[in-house]
Design a protein around this ligand. Sequence first.
Ligand code: SF4
Ligand code: SF4
Ligand code: SF4
Length: 325
Amino acid sequence: MTVSRRQFLKSAVAGSTVVATACIATDADARGNMEMPEGALGLLFDSTLCVGCKACVTACKTANGKPLATPPELPYLDKTRTLSPDALNVIKIFKDGKATAKDRAEDGFAFMKHSCMHCVDPACVSACPVNAMKKQPDTGVVTYDKDACIGCRYCVFACPYDIPRFDYGSAAPEIHKCQLCDHLWKDGGFSACADVCPTGATLFGPVIKLKAEVARRKALKAGEATKFPRRHVEGQEFTKEQPMGEYIDHVYGEKEQGGAQMLMMSGVPFDKLGMPDLPEQSYASVSETIQHSLYQWLLGPAVALGGLMAVTYRTVRSEDENDED
Ligand code: SF4
Ligand code: SF4
Ligand code: SF4
């Protein structure tokens, strides 16, 4: 039995149509950013209130069983100290020129907190193949399960904020990142960094209330006297009345990557404070859409092969029948 060139081409075209139908990912396949849970908990960091004392850095270490730094943390200094398996929270200083005025981009200085943003649609969770990184459905806190982790470090590579740290030096390596001090909640505690902050620069609470506090600050004029909540946004502790700083028109974490449960206010543009300029569409949604398409592309050839085999079988059978006639 032979297959004519015309029949082969016919078979190939029929097969290609099956391939094309199977492989095209439509807009309906693309997923959008995830939504923040109603009960989301988070932090508000206000750089204009931060005095660089680093009490939050030490409190974070103590609350999470990490060794204290040697040499000890020094207030104000230290642009280079960065996150590590032993440091889940660092305060960095930005300086420009003579660095004479706080919260000014030119010839000024400002402080910045660096810790997990608790993304609404976290890339680390999306990248983790074994569900060791999890976004908790009720609080939205992104937690890590060392027993589930296989040490692939996909979360390290996926995080757009360069947060998770892997302790290469350990015999039983783990990922280390802020989990919003969720281990303190059962005893009525909350994030140690917010709990200890003397100025209210780091504030804990439901994200909905933190957003309301952001809106309140934005509605005030620079220099206007106000009190700032300290420790917990729903608590009763406030700073003394003091003049408002001047904010840039950007609340970091509101939109980046589909939003985060840590929000940041500042008087200095965030790129100068070392924060990346990120799109509103989360990398998780982009990569999962591509994965979905690739999945289809993997299914496509299988379906196409089936299509080709069916068409070829029909062609060959009909030729065999013709040969028998
Ligand atoms: S956030 Fe608060 S505790 Fe941390 S360095 Fe700033 S002022 Fe100090
Ligand atoms: S900041 Fe990084 S580690 Fe934290 S939730 Fe977002 S992607 Fe995950
Ligand atoms: S919430 Fe806890 S773990 Fe996270 S930065 Fe603050 S003190 Fe550290």
